[in-house]
Design a protein around this ligand. Structure first.
Ligand code: ADP
Length: 171
């Protein structure tokens, strides 16, 4: 599997599936969730209404509607409460369950946002480590993963952890 550190707007990527950092209602929200719903159009919300929500750490697929991506995989990240409430296991579960759902629908290229690192408050560095370690250790038919960073700090963390950064100059 190739893991790419990608910077930009996840709604613009031509991949089989984009992962949405949703809330448990699956009825839309701010951040990347709002951006995905705006870009996908009202049909996405319509489809989500039929899913009956989603537990934290779980994932469910819908069509991509007006997105270039054929599917959206909605996953619900944990709210950060300081790290002692199972946050790391729940965040790992988001990445693992999203890859399992990708296998079920036959998606081979998948783009992930930095789940939980926005309003849910998960520290960026720890979240990036969980993302890369879980993706690497999950058996899957997905052959191409994009870790999509909206900000420069997350992008450099992904480059460091997933490779793809240019080697640093010798000191
Ligand atoms: P959460 O509630 O899981 O914390 P947020 O949407 O608030 O979700 O933030 C998750 C991450 O998604 C943050 O790092 C944020 O910068 C990033 N993000 C926001 N909009 C986009 C977008 N259009 N494409 C990619 N990433 C985005």
């Amino acid at each position: 599997m190739e893991i790419h550190a990608t910077r930009g707007d996840i709604t613009q990527l031509s991949v089989d599936a984009v992962v949405n950092a949703a809330n448990s209602s699956l009825l839309g929200g701010g951040g990347v969730d709002g951006a995905i719903h705006r870009a996908a159009g009202p049909g996405l919300l319509e489809e989500c209404r039929g899913l009956g929500g989603c537990d934290t750490g779980d994932a469910k697929a819908t069509g991509g509607h007006d997105l270039a991506a054929r599917w959206v995989i909605h996953t619900v990240g944990p709210v950060w409460h300081g790290g002692n409430r199972g946050e790391a296991a729940l965040l790992a579960s988001c990445y693992r369950r999203s890859l399992e759902v990708a296998d079920e629908i036959g998606a081979r290229s998948v783009a992930f946002p930095a789940i939980s690192t926005g309003v849910y408050g998960y520290p960026r560095q720890e979240a990036a480590r969980v993302a890369v370690e879980t993706i690497r250790s999950t058996p899957t038919s997905v052959s191409e993963v994009h870790l999509v960073a909206f900000d420069a700090q997350t992008h450099s963390l992904y480059k460091e952890l997933a490779g793809g950064s240019s080697p640093s100059a010798p000191t």
